[in-house]
Design a protein around this ligand. Structure first.
Ligand code: ADP
Length: 264
């Protein structure tokens, strides 16, 4: 514990007030460490594409430009690395907007089933590409929640695209919507590579990736799940995960059901 004292004096120099600040050092040190680690991560993530772009550009300028098929090849790498940097910056900006409460949320009552169906249809081509099997389970009735449709879809698409990404071709993906005790639950389960026990609790941390190489090759920034968790928490809900290495993973979103009656 750290304590500091500030005294206020009036015109005659008499003490007229005091402020004492007590600070929990371990907490502030922890935040400080997290900040340092975050800056180190961002720097590292940006350095890799910049180094690649720089060296490919140099090689082009040194003569590779004359060989048009080689040049095209190099330019494609440069384009891919620039895309990686822009996704990273986009994700970072979104995190910072959530952190600083700068997001204009558009919360409205809606049917969660529709949002899930829309997100799935947007990912349809990726399921087909990997010939994965999708098993969808929806309840018969409407599942009313209050949500920001665009942001909620972003979370669903993120979880679905992870399920596709981390599951082998022809694997199975199961999506279900349910309600339990005034909470709506969306489960996204896959028969993919799974997550080692020691990593499961950390996948929602910023930049945490079980396999950095694999995630990067697939174009991941390592920020998707932390953004998803923040968005769902803003909805008064939570995301959790259960996983078994080599067997698959199940991510579950829970958000409160909207019980309010329409005011007509
Ligand atoms: P990334 O951009 O790396 O996919 P995420 O934040 O979306 O970042 O996920 C963090 C890490 O969690 C991933 O790198 C991966 O190791 C692990 N992960 C996420 N979803 C799954 C899944 N469905 N199966 C196995 N591992 C997963």
């Amino acid at each position: 514990l750290n304590a500091s004292l500030a005294l206020f004096r009036d015109d005659l120099g008499r003490t007229s007030g005091a402020i004492v600040v007590f600070q929990d050092i371990t907490e502030s040190q922890k935040l400080d460490n997290m900040r340092r680690e975050f800056v180190a991560n961002v720097s590292h993530e940006l350095k890799t594409p910049i180094t690649t772009i720089k060296s490919y550009t140099e090689t082009l300028l040194d003569g590779a430009l004359e060989d048009s098929s080689l040049a095209r090849n190099f330019l494609e790498v440069i384009e891919k690395e620039s895309d990686r940097m822009s996704s990273l910056v986009k994700d970072l900006l979104q995190l910072s907007h959530i952190d600083y409460k700068k997001v204009n949320w558009d919360f409205r009552p809606l049917d969660l089933k529709e949002v899930v169906e829309d997100s799935i249809s947007k990912m349809d081509m990726y399921f087909k590409e990997k010939k994965q099997n999708l098993d969808l389970n929806l309840p018969p009735n409407e599942v009313r929640v209050v949500a920001d449709r665009v942001k909620f879809e972003q979370v669903l698409i993120n979880l679905i695209s992870n399920a596709i990404k981390y599951t082998q071709p022809r694997g199975n993906i199961k999506i279900s919507v349910d309600t339990v005790d005034n909470f709506a639950l969306v489960k996204i389960a896959d028969s993919g590579i799974g997550i080692p026990k020691e990593d499961v609790s950390r996948v929602f941390e910023r930049f945490y990736r079980v396999d950095k190489g694999r995630s990067r090759v697939q174009g991941g920034t390592g920020l998707g799940l932390s953004i998803a968790k923040n968005i769902i928490e803003e909805h008064g809900g939570d995301i959790t995960v259960k996983s078994e290495l080599g067997k698959g993973s199940e991510f579950m979103i829970s958000i409160p059901v909207d019980n309010s009656v329409d005011m007509l």
